[in-house]
Every structure is written in structure tokens, then in C-alpha cells.
Design a protein around this ligand. Structure first.
Ligand SMILES: Nc1nc2c(c(=O)[nH]1)N[C@H]1C(S)=C(S)[C@@H](COP(=O)(O)OP(=O)(O)OC[C@H]3O[C@@H](n4cnc5c(N)ncnc54)[C@H](O)[C@@H]3O)O[C@H]1N2
Ligand code: MOO
Length: 433
């Protein structure tokens, strides 16, 4: 007699609870410490992946003001506004032209009756309090002339970018938990930060099992197959910001799996195993982990029915373990259904609901059948008329059809037949919104 199946919602909740209990709560990931990344052009160029999608670990105070000094917002002349009081087209004010202030050079001072040619970003000379754009002066160009005329008054502060007008030294620049967006990245560099402390990414140990599985490049003996799951799941995990250690077990021998775990589990935040969980004579994951208290059972989902979940002891603690079934479509669909938004939230700091795959309700192009007591997840494409069509059948070995699909199609438990034109929920998996 088989045990009752757990619902998709219950299993999803169990996975979330497991991660929270292990300190991988997306809202407070206490298990993930911080790491310092060097803020240099060399580090960006040399290891770009290290920087993608990072979250600040600490509040950061501005080490300097921005702007650092008063400077010009326009190419023109730095002046004292008081000198131009009453200037009009009929009665222009003539000023003595002094040596220029250019970006990257210290400014000279300015006396009453003088104008200093100044370029955008150059320091405002002491004594000046406004900038008149070059096109508003006579002559309207820089040159060797000794005097320049101005035909209008200006307010003090005109076209001056004041020191500290963006942020003052010591002010809160960025908060812990903020995403390192392009602008956040830029502002850190602008205040001269040398390193940035970011939340450590969750380290996931990914271990596929199966005596028949071999790595690309190896010669296959009869009955052997290439390892698809290490690659599909590495890609899926990396996409949501996990640091993945791929350690294929390639065996159904408990001793071999134990050896892989002993070598690679210390330091991991999460273990994902693939395969070896169903009803065969030798189910290596179940055989090794069930005696440790890991739950194995059946979820009312197709594909991805057989699942496992629990914790595995390692030096000085436990690592949460999620055990996916081995069929290539099953493990990837399981990841989408149970883990993806949680891991994405851990890496980005956004709530899991925000990071869910973009969902839509779309009419079916063709009828679908589904087992009544299961939540079925089919793979498909949306046609030019906006109707969704399943690609391939329901079977969980059809990885090629999955690779050509742009949506997952959900047929909830309780629904057995859907006609062409019936609405189904779809999730976009092609990276578009
Ligand atoms: N009597 C029953 N048999 C099966 C049941 C069941 O309820 N009763 N469930 C079926 C379902 S559903 C699934 S899903 C699979 C899950 O089996 P396992 O998790 O034990 O996975 P394996 O047997 O190791 O492999 C299944 C399938 O996937 C291929 N595989 C495994 N690893 C890889 C890999 N890394 N790359 C590519 N392909 C892989 C493997 O060769 C098998 O064909 O059990 C059903 N059976
Ligand atoms: O549930 Mo299995 O995951 O259908 O092939």
C-alpha cells in the first residue's frame, strides 16, 4: 500500500520551512556571512561573475562628500554674482578674463571684476559664486581675449554643483540588504571605497547519482548515459545567484555517496541530490539519507513525484538537503516549483513572490489531459495568436522538448481534461517578462 501523496503547496511550505530553520530565511539569512570584494577595474574584468547580483552585507557611510568640492555645471565663466547686478543687453558688464580653471586642476582665486574661464566639473575658484555658460557671454567662445561682456544678472549658485549636494561625508550612503545596482556600484566607487562587503552567496553542493551516469567527453559503455542533470541544475542554480559545487557521484553505491558527502559537504549551505529516490531495488540517496532522518515520499505532481527533504549532519552542524528525482525534466521542474524563488530571494534580497516566474493565463491551442489527482507541469510555447501549445508529451525524459519551450504549463490537481480555448496558467522560463 502506498502512502498518501503530499500536495504541491504542502511540499513547497516544507521546503521553505527547512531553509528558514537552517538559517537560509530570505528575509534574515543568518547562515550566510559576508565576503569582501575588491573594488578595482582589474577585479571587475578578471572575475565578472563574482560581482553579479550581489547584496550589501553592511550599512555603508559616505567616506567623502559628493560632489567633493564646489564645481561648474557648465562650460563658461566663474563670476561673482554681485558683479553682474544690473547687467542688461543695453548695459552689459565687462569683466577681466583670468587664467582658466579646468577639471582635475586646483582652482585659482577670483576677485571682484574678474571672470575665470571654467570647464564642466572644474573646481569653482574661491571668491566665485556662479557660472555663466559660454553661450551667454560676449564673445560666446573661449579665446585669448582679455575681457568678456555679460548682458544679464545671475543668482548666486547658478550652475554651481555644491560640495555635498548629492551626499555629505558621514551620511548613510547605502544600507545592508541593498542590491548592488549599477548606480549603487558607481556611488561606492565615487566615494573612493576600496572594498565592498557583500552577503555571501549560498553555497550549494549538487550531487547527481546513478551508476549509468558519465561525464561529457567520456566514452559510454552500453547502458551508460551522459550526465544532463549536473549541467541543467548548475545553470538553474547559478542563474539565481547560488555558488554551486558540482560533485557527481555517478554511482548507486552507498559508500561512494557517503564519500562524496564527506569530502564536499563541509562548508555547504544546501545539499541538492538528484536521482536515487524512487522505488527501485537500489536507491542510493534514499538508502544513505533516510536512516539519517531525511523524509522521502511522494508529492502529487507530475513530473517530480518522488521527493526527499531533511537535514544531513556535518562537522559542527547540519546542512539542509533537498532530494530531487533523477529524470531530467523532473529535477528541473522540481527546482522551478520548490526552490527557485527561495534561492533567488536569498541572493537578491527581494521577497520570493516578487521573483516568481512571470505568470499569465493563456488559452490552450490544443486539448490536454492530466492525471486527476496530480498537479501536472507541461512544457510548451505560446504561438503568434497568444495560445499555448504543449511541446512533447508529459514524460519526464523529454528534455529536448523542454529545451525548446518558453513556458511551463500548469494543470492543477482535480483537472483531468482541458479543451482547446480553455485558460491555463503559464510561467515564462525564457528570461522574458
Ligand atoms: N515502481 C516505480 N518506479 C518509478 C516510480 C514509482 O513511483 N514507482 N517513480 C518514477 C518517477 S515518477 C521518477 S521521476 C523516477 C525517479 O527515479 P529516481 O529519482 O530514483 O532516479 P533514477 O532512477 O536515478 O533516474 C531516473 C531516470 O533519470 C535518468 N538520470 C538519472 N540521473 C541522470 C543524469 N544525471 N543525467 C541524465 N539522466 C539521468 C536515469 O538514467 C533514469 O532514466 O522513478 C520512476 N520509477
Ligand atoms: O515524477 Mo517522475 O518525476 O514523473 O518522472
Amino acid at each position: 500500500m502506498s502512502k498518501p501523496r503530499r500536495s504541491v503547496a504542502d511540499h513547497r511550505a516544507a521546503v521553505a520551512a527547512l531553509l528558514v530553520a537552517a538559517g537560509l530565511d530570505p528575509a534574515a539569512p543568518t547562515r550566510l556571512g559576508a565576503e569582501d570584494l575588491p573594488l578595482t577595474a582589474c577585479s571587475l574584468t578578471g572575475d565578472p561573475a563574482r560581482w553579479r547580483g550581489r547584496i550589501l552585507a553592511d550599512d555603508i557611510a559616505a567616506a567623502t562628500s559628493l560632489p567633493l568640492f564646489d564645481n561648474a555645471q557648465m562650460d563658461g565663466y566663474a563670476v561673482r554674482a554681485a558683479d553682474l547686478t544690473g547687467a542688461t543687453a543695453d548695459a552689459p558688464v565687462s569683466l577681466d578674463v583670468r587664467p582658466a580653471s579646468v577639471a582635475g586642476e586646483p582652482a585659482t582665486g577670483l576677485q571682484s571684476g574678474q571672470a575665470v574661464p571654467i570647464m564642466t566639473g572644474a573646481p569653482l575658484p574661491a571668491g566665485a559664486d556662479a557660472v555663466v555658460p559660454i553661450e551667454h557671454t560676449d564673445p560666446p567662445r573661449f579665446g585669448p581675449h582679455a575681457r568678456v561682456r555679460m548682458a544679464a544678472s545671475v543668482m548666486p549658485g547658478t550652475y554651481v554643483r555644491r560640495a555635498g549636494s548629492d551626499v555629505a561625508a558621514g551620511e548613510l550612503l547605502l544600507r545592508a540588504g541593498d542590491a548592488l545596482t549599477p548606480a549603487a556600484f558607481g556611488v561606492l566607487a565615487a566615494v573612493g571605497a576600496r572594498t565592498v562587503s557583500v552577503r555571501r552567496r549560498p553555497k550549494v553542493l549538487l550531487t547527481v547519482t546513478g551508476h549509468e551516469v558519465r561525464q561529457p567527453g567520456e566514452t559510454l559503455a552500453p547502458g551508460q548515459i551522459y550526465d544532463a542533470n549536473s549541467f541543467s541544475l548548475w545553470s538553474a542554480l547559478t542563474e539565481v545567484g547560488a555558488d554551486v559545487v558540482v560533485a557527481p557521484c555517478e554511482s548507486d553505491e552507498p559508500e561512494r555517496l557517503r564519500a562524496v558527502l564527506q569530502e564536499h559537504l563541509p562548508g555547504a549551505d544546501l545539499l541538492i541530490t538528484v536521482g536515487g529516490v524512487s522505488a527501485g531495488a537500489r536507491e542510493v540517496v534514499r538508502d544513505v539519507l533516510a536512516p539519517l532522518g531525511v523524509w522521502f515520499g511522494s508529492v502529487a505532481m507530475q513530473p517530480g513525484g518522488p521527493q526527499g527533504l531533511g537535514t544531513v549532519p556535518t562537522d559542527g552542524g547540519v546542512v539542509p538537503a533537498i532530494c530531487f528525482p533523477g529524470n531530467p525534466v523532473s529535477c528541473l521542474v522540481s527546482f522551478e516549483m520548490f526552490l527557485r524563488p527561495l534561492l533567488a530571494a536569498l541572493a537578491t534580497g527581494f521577497p520570493p513572490a516578487v521573483l516568481a516566474r512571470p505568470a499569465a493565463h493563456v488559452p490552450l491551442a490544443e486539448p490536454l489531459v492530466s492525471p486527476r489527482d496530480m498537479h501536472q507541469v507541461r512544457r510548451g510555447i505560446v504561438d503568434a495568436e497568444g495560445r499555448v501549445r504543449a511541446l512533447g508529451g508529459a514524460s519526464s525524459h523529454l528534455l529536448h522538448a523542454y529545451a525548446r519551450s518558453s513556458v511551463l504549463i500548469h494543470v492543477p490537481a482535480g483537472v483531468e481534461h482541458l479543451a482547446a480555448g480553455d485558460d491555463v496558467e503559464t510561467w515564462r522560463i525564457d528570461g522574458c517578462c
